[in-house]
Design a protein around this ligand. Sequence first.
Ligand SMILES: [Zn+2]
Length: 70
Amino acid sequence: MKISACHCRECQRRTGSAFEVAVYWMPEFRKDLVAVALGCFEEPSSLVPTQSVDEESRMGWVALDLRGGD
Ligand SMILES: [Zn+2]
């Protein structure tokens, strides 16, 4: 399992936010993956992203402290 913060334009448009908060979707770029938004979990704060993807679309004011990445 990989926990990622996605900054792509598709996630921004779908959620109306700076990065993903959607309930469920199949990423267009990886047909072999199923993504589930952290907001779907009972305690989303216990699941910390370890990577940030689609950085080229990241809003300049978004700053993430990604610890424990592999
Ligand atoms: Zn995305």
